[in-house]
Design a protein around this ligand. Structure first.
Ligand SMILES: Nc1ncnc2c1ncn2[C@@H]1O[C@H](COP(=O)(O)OP(=O)(O)OP(=O)(O)O)[C@@H](O)[C@H]1O
Ligand SMILES: [Mg+2]
Length: 245
């Protein structure tokens, strides 16, 4: 299987803090890959490097063979990478429906002329259906419970028709049933050929979802492999339970 993303030899420091130390991994096309690790391990920093929010000190990040480092974030988004945020970022006074339409604007600068409006509204409806938010279509997005806001963010990100979707702690704020539903949705998206890279602390969720998981600790990748391999890795157990465990 070929790789959708190659993240190689990345170093990222902030003053004296090394947020990422020589981190490398590949994301297989059409797979769901996870990143786990304790707080401050460097997981969100990986997303910020991939999306161009941070410029690392060294390394390479390639999407389908194309170097992304040095590109502006909007170019990386257009190249096919969408994300959600650990701290939800929705527009304050806009409805769910507004978010669905606006998310498609970057790809359709002449909205209404080059692309028929019907295609845009159809995709918006499809996204809401997919993530189970049709019932809150006309609500102000930020007034909704956190779990629902996360779904709005994911629907918005997927509406951009990415090749790679980055999800930063999507289950935070969701109950058990919502998490189970989300897992089914994400497996369905993988079935459509989408590649997904997900950060999440909920192990039960991750073990049942991911094809491969990379484990971060203090800015280093300490393990990577199938969920079953990760679970029994002594370095992973030590990182989570402390060296004495
Ligand atoms: N813009 C920044 N400026 C300074 N330090 C930063 C910046 N971004 C990240 N860091 C630091 O880099 C380290 C890794 O942070 P990061 O947010 O990637 O961790 P994380 O694994 O996502 O943690 P959490 O599970 O708590 O979200 C932390 O020490 C953090 O304080
Ligand atoms: Mg984080």
């Amino acid at each position: 299987m070929s790789n959708v993303l190659e993240f190689r030899g990345i170093n990222q420091s902030f003053g004296g803090i090394k947020a990422l130390s020589d981190v490398s991994f590949d994301l297989a096309k059409g797979s769901i890959t996870g990143a786990i690790g304790p707080n401050g391990a460097g997981k969100t920093t990986i997303f910020n490097v991939i999306t161009g929010a941070y410029r690392p000190d060294s390394g390479s990040v390639k999407l389908n063979g194309q170097e992304l480092l040095g590109l502006a974030p909007y170019r990386i988004a257009r190249a096919g990478i969408s994300r959600t945020f650990q701290n939800i970022r929705l527009f304050p006074s806009m409805t769910v429906w507004d978010h669905m339409l606006l998310s498609q604007a970057p790809r359709t600068p002449m909205l209404g002329r080059l692309i028929p409006a019907r295609k845009v509204t159809e995709r918006a409806e499809e996204m809401m259906e997919l993530f189970g938010i049709t019932g809150v279509r006309d609500r102000i997005a930020v007034s909704l419970p956190y779990g629902v806001q996360r779904k709005v963010e994911m629907a918005r990100a997927y509406a951009m028709e990415p090749q790679l979707l980055l999800l930063d702690e999507p289950v935070a704020g969701m109950n058990h049933d919502e998490a189970d539903h989300l897992r089914e949705v994400l497996l369905g998206l993988r079935g459509r050929g989408l590649s997904i890279f997900i950060i999440e602390h909920d192990m039960r969720f991750m073990m049942a979802l991911c094809d491969e998981i990379h484990v971060m600790n203090y800015g280093r990748k300490i393990a990577g492999g199938k969920p079953s391999e990760i679970q029994s890795d002594p370095a992973v157990i030590a990182a989570y339970l402390g060296e004495d465990a």
